[in-house]
Write a protein that binds this ligand. Structure first.
Ligand code: NAP
Length: 264
């Protein structure tokens, strides 16, 4: 999708994948500097390991604790996390008073961190994060101490979900449950889905399959569904915009990705 946008803008750049072993990250980044790379995306397993190699890290990336986009400056490499912007983009299009909305996030992994920062930026009243492992959940809760997000953040274990589903205006699946090839799985049982509030938004970060079982169930119950494709497109568009320092054709990127996934 990046290359489709670059071609559309008739620019002389290329976006290439480089598989890099953890022990080679610093050497690879130094190599990028030596050959005038303008910027790069960074993904698993390097999203945290890149932090000490950067001269500046955006507040958003500091809150998430991970970087996915790096660009060159005169002082060295700068990093941010565009997953937050990508996650919020489809929510901003909804006519909803977020200050009155309670959000419920399923899962407390890496993506959930970007979701929490996004929901706080959106101005949600409360942000509940549900996890299956109480010890990990406690570490997650503590990791926000001193950050503005902490004021709105609450955690609950998975078995408490039935208490929280009826009050949630937005439920986000930030677990891999239901992702291809486990397409018959859902993070919520039918009984739990039945507890969703009328007019609730169901948001699945997963983009294959589309729709996921979770979104199918929620839609059948009257919820509005948002799939993970838009987040993927928008985080990529936000990164490309940083590197090119100009507006990018988001629709070209969306179509290119849909084509790649075989949807069109
Ligand atoms: P991760 O760091 O591995 O975290 C996964 C979370 O899901 C963990 O909290 C894990 O719990 C929980 N989980 C896994 N299986 C579970 C189960 N059976 N029951 C309850 N909880 C379960 O993964 P991630 O990077 O956050 O990614 C999560 C999902 O988001 C993936 O499907 C990924 O593809 C998607 N994603 C999409 C985008 C996008 O652009 N659309 C971007 C990022 C991620 P434990 O901590 O107890 O293991």
């Amino acid at each position: 999708m990046h290359n489709a946008a670059i071609a559309h803008l008739e620019l002389d750049y290329v976006y290439l994948p480089f598989p890099i072993a953890p022990e080679n990250l610093a050497a690879a980044v130094a190599g990028f500097a030596a050959i005038d790379v303008q910027g790069f995306s960074i993904t698993i397993p390097h999203k945290q390991a890149i932090l000490p190699l950067l001269s500046t890290i955006s507040e958003t990336a500091q809150a998430v604790g991970a970087v996915n986009t790096v660009w060159r400056t005169d002082q060295g490499w700068s990093g941010t996390n565009t997953d937050v912007e990508g996650f919020i983009a489809p929510l901003r299009e909804q006519a909803r008073d977020w200050s009155q909305t309670i959000a419920l996030v399923l899962g407390n992994g890496g993506a959930a961190r970007a979701v929490v920062v996004g929901l706080a930026q959106l101005g949600c009243a409360e942000i509940w994060v549900a996890g299956r492992n109480a010890a990990k959940l406690e570490v997650f809760q503590h990791s926000w101490q001193g950050l503005p997000e902490a004021a709105k953040l609450r955690t609950c274990t998975w078995d408490a979900l039935p208490d929280h589903l009826p009050t949630a205006g937005l439920v986000v699946n930030a677990t891999p449950i239901g992702m291809h090839p486990h397409v018959d799985q859902s993070p919520l049982s039918e009984a739990e889905i039945a507890k969703l509030a009328t007019g609730c938004i169901a948001y699945d970060l997963i983009y294959t399959p589309n729709p996921t079982r979770f979104l199918q169930q929620a839609q059948a119950h009257g919820a509005r569904a948002i799939d993970g494709l838009e987040m993927l497109v928008q985080q990529g568009a936000a990164a490309l915009q940083i590197w090119l320092q100009q507006p990018v054709p988001v629709e070209v990127m969306r179509q290119s990705l849909q084509q790649y996934l075989g949807w069109v």
